[in-house]
Design a protein around this ligand. Sequence first.
Ligand SMILES: [Zn+2]
Length: 85
Amino acid sequence: MVLGLKKEAAMKCSICGAAELAEGHVTLTFERENTTIVVKDVPGLVCPNCGEEHVSEETASHALEAAERAAANGSEVEVLHYKAA
Ligand SMILES: [Zn+2]
C-alpha cells in the first residue's frame, strides 16, 4: 500500500517501477483497539506487475474518516463500501 500518491508524479509503480498503474478499486483495512474496519471499493491505482495498490492522500483520509465513524459502533469487524465525498 502506498499512500500520498501525487497526481503529477509519473504513473509508474513506485514499488517495482516496471509497469504503468491501472485505475481500479482497492480495499483498505484500518485497525483500532477492538475493531477492524475494512473499506471496500476505494478508488485507486493498481500495479499490473506486482499488484501494489496506490491510493491518494485525499481518498485515504476520506476512507479513514468513514472508518473512524464505523469504529464508534463498537463491533469487532466493520465492512464499509467507500462513498465519494
Ligand atoms: Zn509494481
